[in-house]
Design a protein around this ligand. Structure first.
Ligand code: SF4
Length: 355
């Protein structure tokens, strides 16, 4: 994506995703989340069990079955519901969101991604959420090939520059995996997006700003910022309810996001500035439920400071040396021995789509 197409202005203090998509596609574009039945190597034991401490992954069993026809149904339902909310929406991005959406044999990945793209001409691209330790070269080559045909964003769950934070989250990967993934993904035809979480206990302001600086070094095309939030039935949720973990305040978060945006390059697309969960599922912080006012207050704070994305970016800043870490053999082995996921039954899907 050519994100240089518009200049930041007093009314656009950071390079917002919605505006960038509008310029690219000529109208409003919304993502439609799809659960295609993938699992996660951090849940099924390929790299660890239990999953990240904030993730409700109870449904990610290796044997779970989501009929692939459901991909079609999810797109139909998702498009219809978005159209009710936004009358002017003109196109959609199929967003493979829950679990690790590159964790299957490559031929099967291609079938699934292409199925979503073939749903209708209104699907103008793909977003694929995954872990940085689960994008071996054949996956990147497939994504690159698709990006030669359509818009594709590969969203990598970086979360933090700091290994001790990743360990606290039970991510079961290290920052070296992100470095390696970006070394191999940079300069390909798809967009890369780093998913980052701010407000993790044990991370201070300087740690978060270190993560911000590393965005420029990694060379990602987009970032998605989330506040840490705790939901029910997760280890993090239990710790919050037990009073063992404290969430960041709204004021601290706004301060961190503003300074984060100032430290990343001006051309990086900002896909989100906060995250939330359904109200009956969310434990804390409740302030993230007011997404629009949170974003508005982040923009107001940037105006008050006369701050812009990238105005503190230092292209000469160098990170401490990090050894790149390649995809663990255990992930490749698990994909090899398990073979095609039982959930993805192409013939069902094909019969539905041609109906
Ligand atoms: S890597 Fe993603 S899907 Fe897997 S447990 Fe963590 S948050 Fe959940």
């Amino acid at each position: 994506m050519n994100s240089q197409q518009y200049a930041l202005t007093p009314n656009a203090r950071f390079r917002a995703f919605g505006t960038t998509l509008k310029l690219r596609f000529g109208g409003r574009v919304q993502r439609i989340s799809i659960d295609a039945g993938f699992t996660c190597p951090n849940v099924d034991g390929a790299v660890a069990k239990g999953g990240c401490n904030f993730c409700d992954n109870r449904s990610f069993s290796p044997s779970r079955r989501v009929r692939l026809a459901a991909v079609h149904d999810q797109l139909v339902r998702g498009i219809s519901s978005v159209r009710k909310r936004y009358k002017t929406v003109g196109a959609f991005i199929a967003y493979f969101q829950p679990a690790t959406n590159t964790y299957a044999p490559v031929d099967q990945l291609e079938e699934v991604y292409r199925l979503a793209l073939a749903h209708s001409p209104e699907i103008v691209g793909l977003a694929i959420g995954t872990r940085p330790d689960c994008v071996p070269d054949p996956v990147l080559e497939l994504v690159d090939q698709l990006a030669g045909e359509t818009y594709v964003s590969l969203e990598l769950g970086m979360q933090s520059r700091h290994d001790r934070t990743l360990q606290w989250m039970n991510r079961a990967h290290r920052h070296g995996h992100m470095v390696d993934a970006m070394n191999r993904a940079r300069n390909r035809r798809f967009e890369t997006c780093a998913h980052v979480i701010l407000g993790v206990p044990g991370e201070n302001y300087d740690n978060m700003m270190h993560t911000a600086r590393s965005i420029g070094v990694l060379g990602v095309g987009a970032v998605k910022l989330h506040n840490l939030y705790a939901v029910r039935d997760t280890p993090l949720g239990d710790s919050v309810l037990a009073g063992e973990v404290k969430m960041m305040s709204r004021e601290e978060y706004i301060h961190a996001v503003v300074d984060f945006l100032r430290l990343i390059p001006e051309h990086v697309v900002v896909e989100r500035v906060s995250g939330d969960a359904p109200p009956d599922y969310l434990i804390e912080p409740k302030w993230c439920l007011e997404k629009a006012s949170l974003r508005s207050d982040i923009e107001s704070e940037m105006q008050r400071l006369d701050a812009y994305q990238g105005d503190r970016y230092d292209p000469d800043w160098q990170d401490e040396p990090i050894d790149p870490l390649s995809t663990p053999q255990s992930i490749s082995d698990r994909i090899g021995t398990r073979g095609r996921l039982p959930v993805l039954r192409m013939q069902d899907a094909a019969s539905r789509i041609t109906r």
